[in-house]
Design a binder for this molecule. Structure first.
Ligand code: HEM
Length: 469
């Protein structure tokens, strides 16, 4: 058999072994339980609704919500997925009151080989144990330390930006945040070549989870991701003795020294796994948040000027942590951007026990797709949901108050984003410096071109017209 055919056969076998069950409708509720069945459909044979869900997950979730309500099932590559849209439905899975939802088993088929034993791929008591230790690395004094590492690097990078019409904001943000990660997360003393190798390995591991062919064949995305993971593992492992002996302020050193209130610390293996996962969790999310916020401010010049006036009034070129609260318009603009462009659009869980979601029976072993992005764009909870309008978070309006999970770009419950203050600090520090140095706009005829990565991701580099002030 020609090699390519063999490879394809191997890839297909790997895909189908990942999703071994035939599609059958979700089981009916047990007699007398008083529960309702979940409504849904199995799409086309074998592939189910996979293509529609992959090509436009927002549209697909919106249509399911309109057709079947907040809890619906769909067939996808030989398995059933239950989609949750709306604050009450997502709350059930996030709050996990009956411990029926496993994050580890939900995320494993998506990103397991690259991010196994990362904190999001742990459950219940073990997860809580690790989270308590990790929390030490996100305390207020630690955030101050990360900001001190970040600030000079941001200043240097922005000074070197070749700003112009059609500046690719997403691409540049990605590059900036990747190099910032080397400083803040790794505290790297590597030379430029080694640094580049590490960045490439990291990117490959992140992309791995988004591969279509989910098998270790050829030089496809999945295989490159596995090699990236291997290289990261080797690097972090080899560096641990030096980090344990030192007292750096970077996240890697901090994780080596983190101890919870009972004196528990991470093993070397834990540190490696957590480092790789946290870098991934931080990267695409902050890149989407910052570049999309710049885009919206380019489209809304009065808001851009309002933020700039506040930054000018502060009278400082760079931000300290305490200054974040002195820029009142920055927070609602950030929140509104995360609502419209949720960087993590969809989250996964798997049921490990029979459970009910809003009175619907969901059997054990069901994959669950939680949809904060669709939730934040539904008219049922948000007036004019597609309009970027930070005033909706003003004290007079507080539209987010409609439900505690109506605005939930950072998730909720035990796995709620541990880096939410870090992410806000990073985005706002960069934006403050941008507002003081540059002015920008989005060409009137520009149409946003989004593809789906971890969330809605600019597919064309996100051009903006930017100039120095
Ligand atoms: C705007 C930026 C960000 C957004 C929108 C975001 C969103 C999220 C969401 C939705 C989750 C929950 C996943 C789930 O429940 O399955 C999560 C978890 C997580 N995030 Fe973030 N994130 C952001 C930035 C960051 C940053 C900067 C870091 C680290 C510095 C980080 C670290 C983590 C970690 C470690 C978890 C897993 C927590 C756990 O399982 O206990 N995130 N994030």
């Amino acid at each position: 058999m020609p090699t390519t055919a063999k490879r394809l056969q191997k890839a297909l076998a790997a895909v189908t072994s990942h999703y071994p069950r035939p599609v059958t409708p979700l089981a009916d509720p047990p007699a007398g339980s008083g529960l309702k069945p979940v409504l849904g459909d199995d799409g086309i044979p074998f592939f189910g609704n996979t293509f529609e869900a992959l090509s436009d997950p927002l549209k697909s979730a919106m249509q399911r919500f309109e057709r079947y309500g907040p809890v619906s099932w769909s067939g996808s590559l030989n398995m059933n997925i239950v989609t949750l849209v709306g604050p009450e439905a997502v709350e059930c899975a996030w709050m996990n009151r009956d411990k029926a939802f496993s994050s580890e088993q939900g995320w494993e088929p998506m990103i397991g080989p690259f991010f196994r034993r990362g904190i999001m791929l742990m459950d219940f008591a073990e997860h809580m144990h690790h989270r308590r230790i990790m929390q030490q690395a996100f305390s207020r004094p630690r955030l101050n330390g990360y900001l001190d590492l970040m600030t000079p690097h941001i200043e240097k990078s922005l000074a070197n930006w070749d700003v112009r019409a059609g500046f690719p904001m997403y691409t540049q943000t990605k590059e900036l945040l990747l190099s910032l990660a080397s400083e803040v997360f790794v505290g790297s003393t590597l030379n430029a070549d080694e640094n580049h190798r590490l960045e490439k390995a990291f990117e490959a591991a992140v992309r791995g989870g988004q591969a279509i062919i989910r098998a270790d064949v050829g030089n496809f995305t999945w295989a490159r991701g596995l090699r990236g993971r291997e290289l990261l593992q080797q690097y972090f492992r080899s560096e641990i003795p030096a980090r344990r002996a030192g007292s750096g302020d970077d996240l890697f050193s901090v994780l080596c020294h983190s101890v919870d209130d009972e004196g528990n610390a991470f093993s070397d293996k834990d540190v490696v796994n957590h480092m790789i996962f946290v870098m991934m969790a931080a990267h695409d999310t902050s890149t989407i948040a910052l570049s999309m916020m710049v885009h919206h401010l380019g489209r809304n010049p009065q808001w851009q000027q309002r933020l700039r006036d506040e930054s000018l009034a502060l009278g400082k070129d760079t931000l300290d942590y305490d200054d974040l609260s002195a820029l009142p318009s920055m927070e609602p603009a950030f929140k509104e951007t995360l609502r419209i462009n949720a960087p993590v659009g969809m989250l996964f869980r798997k049921t490990v026990a029979d459970t009910d979601i809003l009175g619907h029976y969901v059997p054990a072993g069901t994959l669950i797709a939680i949809h904060p992005w669709a939730t934040m764009l539904r008219e049922e909870w948000w007036p004019n949901p597609t309009t970027w309008d930070p005033e909706r978070f003003s004290p007079e309006r507080r539209e987010d108050k409609v439900h505690r999970f109506a605005w939930a770009p950072f998730g909720g419950g035990a796995h709620k984003c541990i880096g939410l203050y870090f992410g806000g600090m990073e985005v706002k520090s960069i934006l403050h410096q941008m507002l003081l140095r540059f002015e920008w706009s989005v060409p009137a005829d520009y149409t946003l071109d989004l593809e789906y990565g971890t969330g809605p991701t600019p597919a064309d580099g996100l051009p903006i017209d930017i100039r120095r002030r």
